[in-house]
Design a protein around this ligand. Sequence first.
Ligand code: AMP
Ligand code: MG
Length: 483
Amino acid sequence: MSSETDLVGWKFDNTYVRLPPAFYVKAQPEPATEPRLVVVNRPLARELGLDPIHLESQDAAQIFSGNRLPPGASPIAQAYAGHQFGHFTMLGDGRAILLGEQITPEGKRFDIQLKGSGRTPFSRRGDGKAALGPMLREFIISEAMHHLGIPTTRSLAVVATGDMILRETPLRGAVLVRVASSHIRVGTFEYAACLGDRTLLESLAVYTIARHFPDINPEDPQRFLLLLQGVATRQARLVAKWMLSGFIHGVMNTDNMALSGETIDYGPCAFMDEYDPNTAFSSIDHAGRYAYSQQPLIARWNLARFAEALLPLLNPNTEKAIVSANEILEDFSKIYEEEWLSQMRVRLGLQEPREGDADLARELLEKMYAEKADFTNTFRALATGSSLPEGFEPWLTKWRTRLASEGRTQTECLAAMQAVTPAIIPRNHKVEEALAAANDGVLSVLEELLVALDVPYDHSRAREKFQQPSPAGRGNYRTFCGT
Ligand code: AMP
Ligand code: MG
């Protein structure tokens, strides 16, 4: 341990390696030739108890590339399985290494993971590496999500490794330092269930409860059912937030659904410009399985896989276990609908729940679809009292009548709406612009974008250039996994 790393503030306590060995393998990051910090998240570093000044020294590039381990790290690759586009596969961290769990000054626990740091025993035919573009993309979008108030894993830093990696063309290699409440996924439970050993499954479930649901009494005979319920509730809230911000995850495989309720694995995700519920950006999602409108259904489908994995713990009688699991899946749909509607009400400036609110909201979306209106900017126009195309008039009249019946002043309404209506989202063309510049060694475009995305609910500044959809038009934006 060098004296310099001590000053950084690492404080690891690694509980995952105390789980049975079936859940991970010890693994070391591969060396990077010439690591260089591209971007560091200073506020996040501080939250984690890390000193940003020391982080930005050369030493940090060594640590974040995996060339040197921080004191107390216990590097592993986690085992998991997953349903990918509906098909079950054994997976595991094929290009990520968990360094350990950092304990923050506030006593919170966060996984520190290196993504793109080389091969692990789970890599199969992959090289374990990641390209600079996709890692910066995850940095931008995950931090934007965080500032929008959407639960998410976070990004502490991106380091260029100095090595080229081979994809369709040679690309600059990079490592992303990902920070997460944990990396336990639905797929981790599918993996545990697959082992066919009830004790192993139970140890993972007990661990997950302790880590993410401290309110569940570990002695409660219903604790595993409560775990399922807790996960379902968090997913319902999360997906409702995605839907209200026009976010499309793009690859909602069960290995990409975290039990903490955080958005995880930013691959081909993107925010929708023009409202179209069938929008799917991912180049590999030909059937639109993970399209915008499918997300609540897929979340439920994934939860059903989680419930299946948990069945042996829910009740010794499988039929009874299935009945109680199904009740919770039904609840998921109800909670999701309620969450969506209550978030939508606030968006529309409504305080009191009234019958007809859901119809009012749906009619707005239908109108947006018919008018080919930009999702974010339509809500922004409502929240700032700006005009909308004429086609919206009949709906606006209805909405104003509904608003007036609550008796709040217009100023009050607009203030409440602005507080929950994004003024700015990471527009696809702005993200691409930042990535292209970064790839050419120019970081100022990325930095400017990150600063803008830090305060998404600030409607007071003029930020026109970040607010307009791509001039190139709609429909042809494609995202790639970048693996
Ligand atoms: P993802 O699409 O990032 O969710 O990854 C799906 C699975 O593929 C995970 O098991 C990853 O670890 C693995 N994977 C993705 N890219 C690579 C790579 N370049 N080398 C090895 N494994 C990879
Ligand atoms: Mg994944």
